[in-house]
Design a binder for this molecule. Structure first.
Ligand SMILES: *Cc1c(COP(=O)(O)O)cnc(C)c1O
Length: 457
């Protein structure tokens, strides 16, 4: 008999979690203004809010923590991190920051100016925030396939090269760089193919523009290239990673994702000019150049995490767990962004809550229902997150409205996955009774979803 698949690690330390009653949850979510970001973590049984900074570190990473060099300048931990990033990406210059958005802040302070246009594939919310906050425009050039959640294509995160080229033709002089998010978080954790990265490079070269990768989940992207793209089955994740980054001029990184650490980020680039231009902003916003926003111990843990997470077995263990959840939802007939992405399942909320009008935020409504059902905290990646148009101030209802179930790395077991699927099935079975959603009682002018206060209708 062929042996079944099993995790590539065993467990050395555990953390108890607590169930709650429906009455408790009714009270807690009301106190949280129906915004799951406002819940206390101990009011949550299974936390799928995000896979960002929520993973479990390895024994080797914890050992690295003990060996951290906390010197203000020239710390050994910095050089370890820099050497690892250089080896994995081929980028020579490295600036550590406290997380991904800080990397964006430092690099974009140098590169993005009022009136600029930054084309890319479904810019992440903080990326968009750092562009729009500088009175520039984040222009979405994602392939149209990404909008059809039921279409089963392997690289739904791709940039549409025709849209990109049109943008360059039309606004060339206003475009400081092109940004490609790997994997495409906002479109459902969908990967970008190597072929597409090459197409983007070709268009960029034709118009003389640099390319930045927003690289939070670059290792998961490499896993999908290996498992889905012709010609890559026999290459290692590290080889594919090098090949991807060879097509970019620089990267911003949220190390809280594929860096396998709880906090951290960095900028890396081959352009000395960018390094020289951005480094002053690092000192101003983050810290001195050999620690940025990070502790020495955390730079050590990150260096080790980057190496671990560019090994196939680690990625295979993770992504198979996401695919297990997808298989269970298939069994129960629950529609989600197909095929399953790298870090999460994105449930297509308007297809589940067909009676809730878009003005009442179906995905947020489903998020609340799943929490009430079983204490599972998902996250709306939809109309609330999409925010308002910066010019017209109208809600943006044009994109997808998804409930994201993000799976933390190396944290939950397959039994937890079964609970999640069963809870969602229970909500799905009573979907006809859910006819009203929520309305906004208060919202912030930018990135409102973190703090928005809602009322149930
Ligand atoms: C998380 C994320 C960011 C921002 O990183 P933080 O570490 O949360 O500040 C940027 N881009 C993408 C694609 C992300 O997933």
């Amino acid at each position: 008999m062929e042996l079944p698949f099993a995790e590539s690690w065993k467990i050395k330390m555990v953390e108890p979690i607590r169930k709650s009653t429906r009455e408790e949850r009714e009270q807690w979510i009301k106190e949280a203004h129906y915004n799951v970001f406002q819940l206390k973590a101990n009011q949550v049984y299974i936390d799928l809010l995000t896979d960002s900074g929520t993973g479990a570190m390895s024994d080797r990473q914890w050992a690295g923590i003990m060996m951290g060099d906390e010197s203000y300048a020239g710390a050994d931990s910095f050089f370890k991190l820099k050497e690892t990033i250089q080896r994995l990406t081929g980028f020579e210059y490295v600036i550590p920051t406290h997380q991904g958005r800080a990397a964006e802040n430092v690099l974009f302070s140098y590169l993005v100016h009022e009136g600029d246009i930054v084309p890319g594939n479904s810019h992440f919310d903080t990326t968009k925030g750092h562009i729009e906050g500088r009175k520039a425009i984040a222009l979405d050039c994602t392939v149209d396939e990404a909008k059809d959640t039921q279409l089963e294509v392997p690289f739904k995160g791709n940039v549409d090269p025709v849209k990109l080229e049109n943008a360059l033709k039309e606004h060339g002089d206003r475009i400081p760089f092109i940004i490609v998010t790997i994997t495409n978080n906002t479109a459902g954790g969908q990967p970008v193919s190597m072929e597409n990265l090459r197409q983007v490079r070709a268009v960029a070269d034709k118009y003389g523009k640099p390319v930045v990768f927003d690289s939070a989940r670059f290792a998961e992207n490499a896993y999908f290239i290996k498992t889905r793209e012709e010609g890559y089955a026999d290459k290692t994740i590290k080889e594919i990673t090098r090949e991807m980054f060879a097509l970019a001029d620089g990267m911003t990184m949220s190390a809280k994702k594929d860096g396998l650490v709880n906090m951290g980020g960095f900028i890396a680039t081959r352009k000395q000019e960018w390094y020289e231009g951005a480094k002053g902003y690092c000192v101003q916003f983050e810290g001195y150049l050999t620690y940025g926003g990070m502790n020495g111990r955390d730079m050590n843990a990150l260096a080790i995490g980057l190496d671990e997470n560019t090994e196939f077995d680690n990625l295979d263990t993770r992504i198979r767990q996401v695919q297990l959840l997808a298989r269970l939802l298939d069994e129960y007939g629950i529609p989600y962004q197909r095929p399953a992405g790298g870090h999460a399942i994105f449930v297509d909320a308007p297809k589940v809550l067909t009676h809730v009008p878009k003005e009442e935020f179906p995905a947020q409504t489903l998020t609340i229902e799943l929490y009430l059902e079983a204490g599972i905290r998902g996250c709306e990646i939809g109309y609330l997150l999409a925010d308002r148009d910066p010019v017209t101030r109208e809600n943006r209802f044009t994109g997808l409205d998804l409930l994201r179930l993000a799976i933390p790395r190396r944290v939950y077991t397959d039994n937890h996955i079964a609970v999640i699927a069963a809870a969602l099935k229970n909500v799905y079975e009573r979907r006809a009774e859910i006819t009203r959603g929520v309305r906004i009682a208060w919202e912030a002018p930018l990135m409102r979803h973190f703090t928005v206060q809602l009322e149930r209708l």
